[in-house]
Design a protein around this ligand. Sequence first.
Ligand SMILES: [Fe+2]
Ligand SMILES: [Fe+2]
Length: 152
Amino acid sequence: MTRIDQIMQQDHVRLDALLDISARAVREGRWQDAARHLEQFRHGIADGHMVVEETTLFPAFEAREGGTEHPLTALLRKGHQDLRVFFQEMAEAISAEDAEEFADLLSTVQTILKQHDAKEETELYPYLAEALPDHGQAVGQEILTFAAGERA
Ligand SMILES: [Fe+2]
Ligand SMILES: [Fe+2]
């Protein structure tokens, strides 16, 4: 039995690694690889991880903790919006083969992600692992299935 907090934390690690692979390709001037790996990262985080959070995890927390105006999920949702914009800008920097611009954006994104993920890992996931009936295993399965599709 794998709890939701463990599943989501592992997904953060998996996604960080994908971003690192893209960043390495940029540093080595392999622009096509960089674009492909960045898109893998973007798809995994923005179409998978964040969607599960926004459609399932945040609502599950809000349903128990005072509705959609809760400051924790409001902050996390805003973080996702900001990150989506930065992912787009990183893709543009790669298209323009602008390593300097990419490096600036990367450092901003990594800073935001580090704080965002830490907040989720300390304040959101452990709470849900206790609050959800099966420790969130069923919800976590969505993430695992999505991640498995990535590797297929
Ligand atoms: Fe998130
Ligand atoms: Fe997350």
